[in-house]
Write a protein of this length. Structure first.
Length: 251
């Protein structure tokens, strides 16, 4: 474990934890771009993750997101989610920003999670925007590729859509603002399990680096760490984060 990282963690006044699909990989939730197992390696995002796709074939898109939501319901937080929640209780200030649409951070005990790409738990009417978070119902068997008619909005009769940000849609302004502000004032940022390919979310670690924060990438794929005070900790989040916690706060 790199002493400078432990030191930065112990001295941190404001840690920003920024997560992507990799933090949920050890809970059995597929990432997006991992070859073969990633969702985008097996499905076409243009057919499943755009407003046009939903308009063209609501049953295909709703069925796919229900399959994903059910997988999340059946998953449990892994040691990475739990280590992040533990850091929140040990440090004076931790901001958690995620690109993920699952609720595994919340189920591990994290509070005030900033979701940049929305959430599977907040479906809403495609036409009038009415929220249907209470829709959470167990599917008997969430088959991949199963078509399902989306529920209809009680207010306007429009189709209910997943509460996630699709390609071509803008991100929730307030969440983005909060994330950028935290990135501009944190002194330490852990970037956990993200390929860093999707903007504007991918700007978060760059803003932190520009403001002089120590930036640590946690990913089995080594990440190019070329800026001052930037580190790459190769490894699975569920292994590396508990190790960091143990090194900084030995039992
Ligand atoms: N621990 C840490 N990182 C891991 C693990 C693990 N156990 N397993 C895989 N990873 C890494 C992969 O090496 C990869 O770099 O997680 C990253 C996942 O990258 P993506 O699949 O691109 O997911 P993400 O970066 O979250 O995608 C960002 O793109 O498709 C959109 O909206 C979608 O929020 C998503 C966004």
């Amino acid at each position: 474990m790199i002493p400078a990282i432990i030191e930065a963690l112990l001295e941190s006044r404001h840690l920003l934890v920024y997560t992507g699909a990799g933090v949920s990989a050890e809970s059995g939730i597929p990432t997006f771009r991992d070859a073969l197992t990633g969702l985008w390696a097996r499905f076409d995002p243009a057919r499943l993750a755009t407003p046009e796709a939903f308009t063209a074939d609501p049953e295909l898109v709703w069925g796919w997101y229900e399959w994903r939501r059910q997988r999340v319901l059946r998953a449990v937080p892994n040691p990475a989610h739990r280590a992040i929640a533990e850091l929140e209780s040990r440090l004076s200030r931790v901001t958690l920003v995620t690109q993920n649409v699952d609720d595994l951070h919340e189920r591990a005990g994290s509070q005030g999670v900033i979701h940049l790409h929305g959430s599977l738990q907040t479906p809403r009417c495609f036409d009038c925007g009415e929220r249907y978070g209470s829709l959470a119902r167990e599917l008997d068997e969430p088959e991949e590729g199963r078509r399902l008619a989306p529920p209809r909005c009680a207010s306007c009769g429009g189709p209910v859509r997943p509460g996630v940000v699709w390609f071509g849609e803008s991100m929730p302004e307030a969440a983005l603002q909060q994330a950028f502000e935290a990135a501009a004032e944190c002194d330490l940022l852990f970037s956990v399990g993200t390929s860093g390919l999707v903007y504007p979310a991918a700007q978060v670690p760059q803003i932190a680096s520009r403001n002089g924060a120590t930036v640590v990438h946690i990913n089995p794929q080594p990440v190019a760490a070329s800026k001052p005070r930037e580190y790459s900790l190769p490894g699975a989040a569920g292994v590396v984060l508990p190790q960091l916690l143990q090194a900084a706060f030995p039992d």
